[in-house]
Design a protein around this ligand. Structure first.
Ligand code: ADP
Length: 292
């Protein structure tokens, strides 16, 4: 009920709990069903586009990278000569630099693609984003026996932007958290939290998994960095592009007690654009760190 949504309150939705059933009932009007369905379709379409784009880009990147490898191997061989042809080595090294440049340009294009001006500019409630995203991830959450802890700030002021894009970011963070919990013994928990300052709204996704590997911490948002056997390493890069195109900020760290913690901040609707710069210093208006 509404009075349970006071700031600082912690609500646990278990999939068999009565609170959850109540919420489900409210969502089952036919109109809402139709809207949800449309939203899901929009997501699938967008995720497919990104998947195709990502594999195209990966393919394209392979060319300059293999060229760099063969130029380097040639250089190494020439250096082993009794009288190395320095001019030839110099020119091969120039070609290497050019190819590396080309690889960089491909990445820049990828970033430009995903950070295009948001298609829509509308008032968005981060609380609604959380609820929509949970619906999309419900199956995976249940399959892995993951408990969701919700800590949503009541009367959260809206941010402005493209809600599908922000949902995509949230879904990505949630999916990463689910991946992190996959092989962990119970309890598996993900906390979703919203909050606001005078100028920003924040959304946090915190899990009690093994945490972000040390080697990843400094390159979370670097394209193609992944520790997953079949990962593309583009999820967080795309999240960052989307959030930055909304004048927001995204960061990831480990909690002191372990487990990954990701936070996005977005300027409130009608706030000054410069306010986004404050996000890292502004604490959430409430925090439930002790709970997880
Ligand atoms: P991908 O999921 O394809 O690996 P991402 O850019 O989404 O690409 O993530 C990059 C890497 O960041 C992951 O491979 C993982 O090592 C790390 N990571 C992201 N989220 C988490 C998390 N919640 N817990 C632990 N590690 C994480």
């Amino acid at each position: 009920s509404r009075q349970h949504l006071h700031a600082g309150a912690l609500i646990t939705f278990r999939y068999l709990g009565s609170a959850h059933n109540k919420i489900r009932d409210r969502l089952t009007t036919s109109q809402k069903r139709l809207r949800e369905h449309e939203e899901k379709l929009a997501h699938v379409a967008r995720l497919n586009t990104m998947g195709e784009m990502a594999s195209g880009i990966a393919h394209e990147l392979n060319q300059p990278l293999s060229a760099i490898v063969s130029y380097n191997q040639a250089c190494l061989r020439m250096l082993d000569d009794d009288y190395p042809d320095l001019e030839l080595i110099r020119s091969a090294m120039h070609s290497t630099a050019n190819q590396a440049h080309r690889a960089g340009e491909i990445i820049t294009r990828l970033r430009a693609f995903v950070s295009k001006q948001p298609a829509r500019r509308e008032a968005i409630s981060l609380n609604q984003i959380v609820r929509n995203t949970l619906m999309l991830a419900e199956y995976a959450l249940r399959e892995h026996g993951i408990e969701i802890l919700l800590n949503l700030k009541e009367d959260l002021p809206p941010v402005e932007g493209d809600s599908i894009q922000i949902e995509q970011v949230t879904l990505n963070l949630l999916t990463n958290a689910i991946d992190a919990l996959r092989h962990k013994p119970q309890p598996r928990q993900i906390r979703l939290e919203t909050g606001a300052t005078a100028e920003l709204a924040c959304l946090k996704v915190v899990d009690n998994g093994p945490g972000i590997p040390d080697t990843m911490l400094s390159k979370l948002f670097t394209p193609f960095s992944t520790t997953k056997p079949h990962g593309m390493g583009l999820g967080l890069t795309i999240c960052q592009s989307i959030i930055e195109s909304h004048q927001g900020h995204i960061s990831g760290r480990n909690q002191p007690e372990g487990g990954g913690s990701f936070r996005i901040t977005l300027p409130l609707q009608n706030a000054q654009p410069s306010s986004a710069a404050l996000c890292e210093k502004e604490p959430l208006s409430h925090d439930a760190n002790a709970q997880l």
